[in-house]
Design a protein around this ligand. Structure first.
Ligand code: UT7
Length: 332
């Protein structure tokens, strides 16, 4: 099989910044608590009328520009997200419309929550490596803010999430040594209800009721400590799996990009792996947890800051609702 390589990256966040001090005004929390427990100082929230397809479109345009491609040259469009623009069709259909792509290329959503980008990268990589497609756009895009309980009842979850999008373009690598080396993904559905949004759900008729809304069952629920505990063990595990698969060691990896759920989680993951903090890039303090968008946003910032030189190894890992977790290794 040929190898797929990332030829363009992009990211976009909505302009409105919500600081920890802003949250103090609407719920019983403190800026210190949020910063100490999560590392987050601020996040971006959309204004009404902006959805994940809009954020993805901006990120995708930047990635296309870097790759030197026009939108209608795309052979496939993938979007990873847990926050659909509408119930159906998926975000990818609205993104295709916004990009003005009318060449009949497939458009597909992948719903694997905070590990969504890694899962979608696995699919996009196989599309390119197998020879099925030449130019694949992969976006991670989330609008969390419109679905959060911004009162004290929802404070544990509301303070951590932010809105944003990241995008990459995958194409066949002209150099067989460079590109995506491996992607590993896992899930453990028995913990699905430890981090979920219950309603609306097709299992209910009607899918949501006034009573459910009253009870807040349309807001995310998270057993924070339980999720935390699993994240800090699963991420190192799946990074080791990737390294062993490629006969590489932690020292070989120039830069680690971990899902931005909580700075303390990533510090613990770094310690368990024995990685110095300067080799773990982080932007959670500015954007919060953008779920499937977090990793491509990190990647775009690193690429544009010149932190990745050709030939260097990049390690990615994520953990999230499902539970799902995964890792990817790329030679830049
Ligand atoms: O991205 C997908 C995966 N998600 C994650 O990986 C998130 C994992 N979990 C976490 O990041 C952390 O569990 C949280 C940041 C959500 C919570 O931090 P924690 O250190 O685990 O706090 P806790 O849930 O154990 O709560 C400690 C205390 C509680 O008060 P009592 O019972 O000790 O009186 C909470 O009610 O902190 C309270 N608390 C808050 N206080 C101020 C919870 N949220 C807040 C808040 N502001 N926003």
């Amino acid at each position: 099989m040929r190898r797929a390589v990332i030829t363009g990256t992009g990211m976009h966040v909505p302009p409105r910044v919500v600081t920890n001090a802003d949250l103090e005004k609407v719920m019983d929390t403190t800026a210190e608590w949020i910063q100490q427990r999560t590392g987050i100082r601020e996040r971006h929230h959309v204004d009404p009328g902006t959805g994940p397809a809009d954020l993805a479109c901006e990120a995708a345009r930047r990635a296309l520009e870097m790759a030197g491609l026009e939108p209608d040259q795309l052979d496939a469009i993938l979007v990873a997200s847990l926050s659909p623009h509408h119930d159906f069709p998926g975000i990818s259909a609205f993104l295709q419309e916004r990009l003005g792509v009318d060449n009949g290329c497939p458009a597909m959503d992948i719903r694997c929550q905070c590990t969504g980008f890694i899962y979608a990268l696995q699919v996009a990589n196989l599309f390119v490596a197998s020879g099925q497609y030449e130019r694949v756009l992969l976006c991670g895009a989330e609008v969390h803010s419109t679905g959060l309980d911004m009162t004290t009842r929802g404070r544990d979850v509301a303070v951590i999430f932010g809105d944003g999008a990241g995008a990459v373009i995958l194409e066949p690598s002209p150099d067989p040594d460079r590109g995506v080396l491996s992607v590993h993904t896992h899930a453990q559905g028995k913990h699905a209800r430890k981090l979920w949004v219950e309603a609306p759900g097709s299992v209910y008729a009607p899918r949501i009721s006034a009573e459910m809304i009253e009870e807040g069952r349309h807001f995310p629920y998270m057993d924070g400590r339980f999720v935390f505990k699993h994240a800090v063990s699963r991420m190192p595990q799946v990074v080791h799996e990737a390294l062993e698969h490629n006969a590489l060691s932690v020292e070989d990896v120039e830069l680690f990009l971990f899902h931005q759920a909580n700075l303390r989680i990533n510090e613990a993951v770094g310690q368990r792996l024995g990685v110095a903090p300067e080799r773990i890039y982080s932007n959670i303090e500015r954007y919060g947890n953008c779920s499937a968008a977090s990793i491509p946003m990190l990647l775009d910032e690193c690429v544009r800051a010149g932190r990745l030189e050709p030939g260097r190894l990049v390690g990615m890992a994520g953990f999230g609702s499902g539970f799902t977790w995964g890792s990817a290794l790329l030679r830049w």
